[in-house]
Design a protein around this ligand. Structure first.
Ligand code: ATP
Length: 277
């Protein structure tokens, strides 16, 4: 399976555009002030190519989600330079940025409004951004994420966890962004459902040439989806490496080697479940 995973990534890398889509330079962020100040990101630097799937791994609290939230505009008090597709990001969240980059959260239960139907949830961003042909767009997207059109009139509590995450992915895609920020998109799901969602993400990436920045604890997920990975610890990037180097156990840092060893059993299970793309 390792050999197959490497072949997939190499093929994907060949077709990948070498242009930079996400550029993170000298990103620093702290919470609190004075003697309560807690710095959580320390000079974080990395770039993600157009069409690349880039993983961020590391232990809990290492700052992975915080990096995504800075890029998504959910945290605005960062210092450093952030660029998307060559355009510097300001500290404000503009409509243009919402259309360019969208985030999918870990918890499909909490991220969908409980009193809105799926149709309403998908229509809201289109209405806010004054985008027409809403019926067509919503129907097309439901098809794309593998949900029948009958889901339009249902409420989130009437869906399974996997179906809810499909809706969350559809909502993120409805504005046709170039970048998806995926924060542990499968960790709240059963293992078999995780595989379905990973396959859906791989399929959508292939069809639309999107750029993904994917946060996970799970190196099995990284090995099956990502081209490159950055390993974070205590708010810093410890090393960045191509996936081939990670799966062949040739990471430089002892910390990354420990992460790989810790996730090997899970990777084998996931390998059996996730189809090859
Ligand atoms: N809104 C906030 N206010 C104060 N501290 C925060 C806030 N959000 C995150 N932190 C702190 O920032 C640090 C990094 O958190 P972050 O959620 O980015 O970690 P993570 O690597 O994504 O962890 P996990 O894998 O558990 O989600 C943690 O110490 C966390 O407590």
């Amino acid at each position: 399976m390792k050999t197959e995973a490497i072949t997939i990534k190499t093929r994907a890398e060949e077709s990948m555009n070498a242009q930079t889509m996400i550029d993170v330079r000298h990103l620093n962020l702290h919470f609190g002030e004075g003697n309560k100040q807690n710095q959580v990101l320390f000079d974080v630097n990395f770039t993600v190519g157009k069409g690349e799937i880039y993983g961020l791994v590391g232990e809990s609290g290492s700052g992975k989600t915080t990096v995504l939230k800075c890029l998504a505009g959910l945290f605005t008090h960062w210092q450093g330079e952030l660029q998307l597709n060559g355009t510097p990001l300001t500290h404000n969240l503009s409509p243009a940025r919402c259309r360019q980059v969208q985030m999918v959260f870990q918890d499909p239960y909490g991220s969908l409004h409980p009193r809105h139907t799926i149709g309403d949830i998908l229509e809201e961003p289109l209405a806010i951004h004054r985008i027409g042909e809403r019926e067509r767009r919503i129907s097309q997207l439901l098809d794309k994420v593998g949900l029948s059109r009958t889901f339009r009139d249902r409420y989130p509590h009437q869906l399974s966890g996997g179906q809810r995450q499909r809706v969350a992915i559809a909502r993120a895609l409805i504005l046709e962004p170039q970048v998806l920020l995926l924060d542990e998109p499968t960790s709240a799901l059963d293992v078999s459902v995780q595989a379905e969602i990973l396959n859906l993400l791989a399929q959508l990436h292939q069809e639309a040439g999107l750029t993904y920045l994917l946060v996970t604890h799970d190196l099995g997920v990284i090995a099956h989806l990502c081209h490159r990975v950055a390993v974070m610890q205590h708010g810093r990037i410890l090393e960045t490496l191509p996936i081939e180097q990670l799966v062949s156990g040739k990471a430089d840092s002892p910390y990354t080697q420990m992460l790989v060893q810790g996730s090997q059993r899970y990777s084998r299970e996931m390998a059996q479940l996730v189809a090859v793309f």
